[in-house]
Design a protein around this ligand. Sequence first.
Ligand code: SF4
Length: 536
Amino acid sequence: MYCRQCEQTANHSACTKIGVCGKEETTARAQDCLTWSLMGLAPYAKKALLEGTIQEKVNRFVVEALFSTLTNVNFDSDAIKAFIDESVSIREELKKRLTVDENEASTFFPSKDEEDFKEQGDNISKKLFQGSSDPDVQSLKEITLYAIRGIAAYTDHAAILGRKDNSIYSFIYDTLDAYPRENDLSFWLDKVLKAGEANLRAMEILDEAHTNKYGHPVPTEVPLGHKKGKAILVSGHDLRDLELLLIQTEGKGIYIYTHGEMLPCHGYPELKKYKHFYGHYGTAWQNQQREFAQFPGSILMTTNCLMRPSEAYRERIFTTGVVGYSGLKHIRDKDFTPVIEKALDLPGFQEDYEGKKVLVGFARNTVLSVADKVIELVKSGKIKHFFLVGGCDGARPGRSYYTEFVEKAPKDTLILTLACGKFRFFDKDLGSIEGIPRLLDVGQCNDAYSAIQIALALSKAFNVNVNELPLSLILSWYEQKAVAILTTLLYLGIKNIRLGPTLPAFVSPGVIKVLVENFNVMPIKSVDEDLRTILG
Ligand code: SF4
């Protein structure tokens, strides 16, 4: 295997024996073959989309299949192989009625013989990740591939709620089709920025999907304690799964708790209206093995980030959607009865525990509703600077930088945060400036669109471009949705991004040079040094 798509890749180079994430070689091989099979399907899907004859289920299938290859989503080789078979079968069906200029992957058939499949997978892996003799081209191709995996995740979430845009599918098919055939540097440089454009649209329709269905998030206090009684913990990112679970558990004497990236769901009016939607339990994804083991109820994993489940909770964790792990119970039809029955069998919490409370709900609508006041506070010097400290969390010790950064940021600065990186500091009391909390939780990583809209609105209000605002982006990355967001920031021309805890292993020195020269992207240094440089 050869996988370097996420931040925790082995030796900051590539996972070659087993993933640091726990991904087995067999799963990695199957995921590479799946990616290749989608590349083979792409020229057909592209033509069918152009002709207006594509079936929506094909579009949905492709984004779900891509989503399943993200870090910490699907560890089940059989499920990945089923995706491959379906991909090839759709391609062969389309071949019956369409004539296209095929690419090299369009003749791929997975072998049913294990040994042959292994050889196929190893060859495909080399083509995908070591196929270009120019390291900069290879790097740009991988950036684009990981970005479309992230875009697929957002597109899938939006499609679940009925929102779609053919321009996004078109970009995905174009990119998949180009991967085996194009090796031109300027072509792939352009693709990286176009990925940013497609991702902006994907995030926009996801934002529309969430706010149309569940309302705009409003400031909401979320208890970190618990209530005496039966309990279900929901992790991942999918709001529709949470809603369905809330509906199916109503009146059953079970409290529902969020974990990880589901925390901001408490701010949505159409979700918070459920009385048994109680509070938040635990922190970021990488702490799940300890936190899930201690949770006294059943657990539902709706999307990434899933880790290898320990024996302590293996029997009471369920997966749904594209997420999967061999041997875990998977709910296909969104009938969560098995999760509910398991919760009723388990002891639940034995007593009430008050705990701290955290504030969520500072997405674009809430922040922009106080824009006039914020502008006045900036003009009067009471707010000197804005920081966006956000992104993915992870296990590396260097991530304590983000906690220290927030702690040391001066009292006349506001901190916007989003995604699970916030769990490094989400329960800290940073005080307020004239009634505006200094720490504003914009939402999930899936809500990066909201943060971008806030920045664009501020730039309009101050009549300057975003790079001239007193705003600094201090980002942490981990997986491929973060790669997609980074391409969007580049597409929007946003400069001076500080990125950590390490730069991606798949970004070559030549591409780093381009990023530095054109966008002044820089690695995080020490907190003191970065604060000094930013604030002068
Ligand atoms: Fe390694 Fe990350 Fe790939 Fe897992 S997803 S195998 S940790 S690079």
